[in-house]
Design a protein around this ligand. Sequence first.
Ligand code: GLP
Length: 250
Amino acid sequence: MKLIISETINDSSELVAQKIISLVNSTKNPLLGLVTGGTVVPLYANLVKNYEQGKVSFSEIRTVNLDEYVGLDQKDHQSFAFFMNQHLFNKTNFNSSNIFLVDGTGQINSELERFDNFLTNNIIDLQLLGIGTNGHIGFNEPSSTFILPPHLVSLAQETINSNSHFFSEGEVMPTQAITMGIRDIMRAREVVLLAFGKAKANVIHRLFTETCVDPNLPCSILKLRDQVTIYIDRELATETGIEDCLSFTK
Ligand code: GLP
């Protein structure tokens, strides 16, 4: 795993945006694995800015998102589909026929089958990941095993606590989601994980210092593959003391 520390969240987001733009400009119809969450809002804003300046076109790009809450449809402001439309798809020229999103209101088994078919027939060129404070990637929650294919998951209490701030009073946060499993995250040609701020310090410290691959820390599976780059900001780096306990490529 390569670690890249930038001074600010915007600097990290700029580096990742440039990486995506160079993939988009050099590969025919690449498949981007996309993620939601507060962490990637500045990244998507940066991509939108580059699109508006004519530096990139997304019309030929295919996308697949990591996960979706069960029970929320695409028009629900809390759905991940809504997030993607709001922050990226509706502000750029992504072609809706090239976008794969899980339907949170679909029949669960058929959505899982549709997701699995898509992922077994397509290889992700670049998978973006955030990380939960409990080490989840996508919604692969800490567990006694790694689950490989797309699956239905009951969200961990820590995830519910962390993500509930996105929901206003009166809105009920779903407790289940459909997520890409570990198999397809590991099959992606390249993985980029972003983590910013003090809240992620503990989990990033664990990721770099624990010496085992443990399904109770789902992100630890990334240690088993190459082409993984982790982008963090200075605040997180300082909080973890990560520069003192690691040798890494800057
Ligand atoms: C959700 C998503 C994860 C993402 C996480 C990070 O839980 N399922 O894929 O990594 O949010 O959220 P944030 O960026 O808001 O910290």
